[in-house]
Design a protein around this ligand. Structure first.
Ligand SMILES: Cc1cc2nc3c(=O)[nH]c(=O)nc-3n(C[C@H](O)[C@H](O)[C@H](O)COP(=O)(O)OP(=O)(O)OC[C@H]3O[C@@H](n4cnc5c(N)ncnc54)[C@H](O)[C@@H]3O)c2cc1C
Length: 287
């Protein structure tokens, strides 16, 4: 069995190679998901197109109009340790820092985490609640896809054959408070049983403005729970509305039973995680 491993120096060469290949060729970022699925590159019969040499994909950069670009090839360790990300998107830094172990975070990339499209991908909920968009290079040029529309099912995305995710564009918003909470059976090397990203912006009159609630591992894809968001928006951050929003979360998700947890446990804990996160924000407001 042979393995082909190609390291192109440009996005167009990478796309050409992919589009000329058969269905057994894959883009290769850090390889932490691919190697589990396909076995080590030396012995699979598959072809790999490394994205390592493509310029501009492994950086975190300030962009015009108060935006920050995070390249798809940025390692999870860099995302977790970036001062810029910690300042503007702390829930994303926390999510990246919760993945696997130091060695997995050193190899794995944020783009790979998202393109692998696991329902439990830990960086997905915070990207969704910060209003991130995926920046994608395709045959017809560059396109921008809101993270809410990126996932289409377990292990599937809206990327077309040959498309390369180049990174994420995130709007800075100093008025947003956000949190990331991960429930697992242990603290390291553990895929999420439930993960939560939640962001909240108060309006000037003491009421909730924009609220975003996104959960991982409770549905075929990471999901926003819009009904719960709408219960809070325009209302004061008070126990009555917090409890109603948490109940809406538990009611609107579609978890499954698997090796890690039952659907019932996931449903109960998702509601509780939302409630506790909002109550904590409420307490901060009254300190
Ligand atoms: C022991 C272990 C523990 C783990 N723990 C966690 C955890 O706690 N939380 C969690 O979320 N994940 C976890 N993971 C999963 C994994 O580490 C992450 O999903 C990782 O971020 C994948 O990134 P990568 O660069 O290694 O992707 P790769 O394995 O290289 O690629 C993954 C997929 O995405 C595609 N791809 C990658 N980059 C691009 C791109 N730029 N454009 C288009 N397609 C692309 C590849 O073709 C492939 O299909 C764990 C994995 C292991 C092995």
């Amino acid at each position: 069995m042979t393995t082909r491993f190609f390291k192109p120096g440009s996005i167009s060469d990478a796309m050409d190679a992919y589009l000329k290949s058969d269905g057994t060729t894959h883009y290769f970022a850090g390889g932490t998901d691919l190697m589990v699925k396909l076995g080590p590159p030396g012995n699979t019969g598959h072809g790999f197109i490394s994205l390592e040499r493509l310029s501009g994909l492994n950086r975190v950069q300030e962009r015009p109009e108060d935006k920050i670009f995070i390249g798809a090839m940025t390692g999870l360790s860099e995302v977790a340790g970036s001062g810029l990300i910690a300042e503007h998107f702390p829930a994303l830094a926390a999510a990246a820092g919760s993945v696997g172990s130091p060695s997995i975070r050193n190899m794995g990339t944020i783009g790979g985490n998202v393109c692998n499209a696991s329902p439990s991908a830990d960086t997905a909920p915070p990207l969704m609640v910060y209003g991130a968009s995926a920046v994608v290079a395709g045959r017809d040029g560059e396109k921008t896809i809101p993270m809410d529309a990126f996932f289409t099912g377990p292990s599937t995305t809206c990327l077309k054959p040959g498309d390369i995710l180049t990174g994420f564009m995130l709007p800075k918003n100093p008025a947003i408070r956000a949190g990331f909470v991960k429930l697992g059976k242990r603290k390291a090397m553990e895929c999420s049983i439930v993960s939560l990203g939640l962001s909240l912006e108060m309006d000037g009159a003491g009421k909730c403005g924009t609220v975003r609630i996104a959960l991982g591992a409770v549905a075929p894809t990471p999901v926003r729970i819009v009904r719960a968001e709408k219960i809070l928006e325009g209302r004061p951050l008070e126990a009555e509305f917090i409890h109603r929003a948490a109940a809406a979360v538990a009611g609107d998700i579609h978890p499954i039973d698997d090796l890690r947890a039952t659907a019932g446990y996931r449903r109960k804990m998702a509601g509780r995680m939302v409630r506790e996160t909002l109550l904590q924000m409420c307490r901060q407001d009254h300190q």
